[in-house]
Design a binder for this molecule. Structure first.
Ligand code: PLP
Length: 235
């Protein structure tokens, strides 16, 4: 992709988000874009940054660290780790990211809490939920969510911000909305249970279901393809 096309596709994505918010009757600032840059080179992140994008999502630790090292001259980048997270990777994630969206086990949360440098301030956490239509094995089962959230809310150096999900692809708006509505209801229940937790983040909606996610209350939509184009498989 040329410079112009990242800039263009970001503008289109912002317009699409604005329109979806308007159609949902929500304020224009009620949700923001996370640019998912996995498998894409640092040069494209640089172009997106020049176009005003600041928050980026990465799935693969080593790839993300390499790109971060290439981009240390850019101001105010906010890195979100959104991929599956194994125990042996938690330290680097705790040290090099501001957000983790894919926490689905207490063990991972405890390690992140222990390993987060205090000087960086709390690490923002979303719990990944395996909502009904989800084909993958990642994400905590809805029945087990409250126990995990209770524990995460008490851990030092972490700030529990909300929930994340990756629903199975669905063809039409109504079927897209179903699992997203389920995630929203889980978040509402959790907020009642944990009134002091700042649960302001519903991380849901990707290139194919942004409109459905915005209708169901998403506050952070994770767009990859719509911003950076189609991906080659990760190697
Ligand atoms: C790749 C990925 C995205 C972006 O998906 P697109 O369909 O390309 O927009 C969003 N969230 C997660 C967790 C991802 O792994």
């Amino acid at each position: 992709m040329s410079d112009a096309s990242v800039d263009d596709s970001l503008k289109r994505a912002r317009q699409r988000l604005a329109k979806a918010l308007e159609n949902a009757g929500r304020p224009s600032q009620a949700a923001r874009l996370l640019a998912v840059s996995k498998t894409k080179p640092a040069t494209l992140i640089r172009q997106a940054h020049a176009s005003g994008q600041r928050e980026f999502g990465e799935n693969y630790l080593q790839e993300a660290l390499d790109k971060q090292a290439e981009l240390t001259d850019l101001q105010n980048l906010v890195w979100h780790f959104i991929g599956p997270l194994q125990s042996n990777k938690t330290r680097a994630v705790a040290e090099h990211f501001s957000w983790v969206h894919s926490v689905d086990r207490a063990k991972i949360a405890r390690r992140l809490a222990e390993q987060r440098p205090v000087s960086l301030g709390p690490l923002n956490i979303c719990l990944q939920v395996n909502i009904s239509a989800e084909p993958s094995k990642t994400g905590i089962a809805p029945e087990a969510l409250e126990a995990l959230a209770d524990e995460v809310a008490t851990l030092p150096n972490l700030r529990l911000r909300g929930l994340m999900a990756i629903p199975a692809p669905a063809a039409d708006l109504a079927s897209q909305r179903q699992p997203l509505a389920q995630l929203r209801r889980l978040q509402e229940k959790l907020q009642q249970r944990l009134p002091n937790a700042p649960l302001d983040t519903l991380s849901m909606g990707m290139s194919d279901d942004l409109e459905a996610a915005i209708l169901e209350g998403a506050t952070l939509v994770r767009l990859g393809t719509a911003i950076f184009g189609a991906r080659e498989p990760h190697r």
